[in-house]
Design a protein around this ligand. Structure first.
Ligand SMILES: [Zn+2]
Length: 314
């Protein structure tokens, strides 16, 4: 399925394919929850399908093998279970497989995701392959942080950029796929920072109210700075990636309000916040978010951050 905010990207891909202008290497770029993985998956299926339809037919032998995970011309690499990086051996094995003639489809198709996980040796090995493109293979690099990839790789890929979609379009899509009322849909999209698939996940789970819980916790701390330990325990239950993003969003909202000379609706009346310290807190929240997948103790980071937040009202 092509999400409504991706129809233009899809049309571009189809036009390139039909006109024989599709590059041997594509890079699908976009933030988390934007649907870039779904777009890449649909591209893989279309490139392998034996029917000439606007999307993969889901009926032919190729499509059935793909659904069963047994398509011999489809390859995928991602970090192995015990690792955060895509290693050079994985890339070398992939390149060797792509050199063989396709078994049942017109071409071989490989997906590398997230492409920014390639370590330097892996990226160099891939670069060599991009310099000598193979006639019957298409490589799709799926990437949320293209800046982490060498320029030499990016410049050899045809780029398809999925940016933050139009809010109204996403609201309509969320309403058509969820039974929740408009205000809940709108709150979920706000909590998701505009990301459609993340908002859909929130609407499907109790996390829908969690952004409000974070705002409430921060407001409580401004009124009662001594309750850090209590608030911290409650917030530590949330997914750390979501939590730090929400703390960053709340702080950003507070900065905007201070700049505009008014208080954010959830900040207790009479609290005097300073833009400078809010900006520092926001930067710290963004940095702590980048640590959420590391062994660093998240509970300590959170307590420290909340103490600094509470100090603003003292
Ligand atoms: Zn098919």
């Amino acid at each position: 399925m092509i999400y409504p905010w991706l129809t233009e990207h899809w049309s571009f891909f189809l036009r390139c394919l039909e006109q024989g202008r599709l590059a041997h290497a594509l890079m699908v770029e976009g933030p988390a929850g934007s649907g870039k993985n779904a777009l890449a998956t649909a591209m893989v299926a279309k490139l392998l399908c034996s029917e000439q339809l606007p999307e993969a037919c889901k009926q032919c032998r190729s499509c059935k093998l793909l659904v069963g995970g047994a398509h011999p011309d489809r390859f995928e690499i991602q970090p192995e279970e015990d690792s955060d990086v895509i290693k050079v051996d994985q890339v070398r094995a992939l390149i060797a497989s792509l050199d063989l003639t396709p078994w049942i489809s017109a071409r071989k198709v490989a997906c590398i995701h997230p492409a920014q996980s390639m370590n330097l040796a892996a990226a160099n090995a891939l670069l060599k392959s991009l310099e000598e493109p193979r006639g019957n293979a298409v490589l799709i690099l799926v990437c949320s942080e293209p800046a982490r990839l060498p320029v030499t790789i990016r410049s050899r890929c045809q780029s398809i950029v999925v940016s933050q979609p139009d809010r109204q379009l996403v609201l309509e899509w969320l309403e058509s796929t969820s039974a929740k009322p408009r205000d809940e849909v709108s709150a979920a999209l706000k909590a998701a920072g505009g990301s459609p698939l993340r908002a859909a996940r929130y609407l499907d789970s109790p996390e829908c109210d969690a952004y409000g819980q974070v705002q409430e916790g921060l407001a409580t701390l401004l009124a009662r700075p001594g309750s850090v330990s209590l608030i911290s325990t409650g917030l530590a239950e949330l997914n750390p990636d979501d939590l730090w993003r929400w703390l960053s969003m709340c702080t950003g909202e507070a900065v905007k309000s201070v700049m505009a000379g008014m208080a954010a609706s959830w900040v207790p009346a009479g609290t005097c916040l300073q833009a400078k310290s809010l900006l520092e807190l926001q930067q710290q929240a963004n940095f702590n978010r980048s640590l959420s997948a590391t062994p660093i103790r998240g509970d300590l980071l959170l307590q420290d951050w909340l103490i600094r937040w509470a100090e603003q009202s003292i």
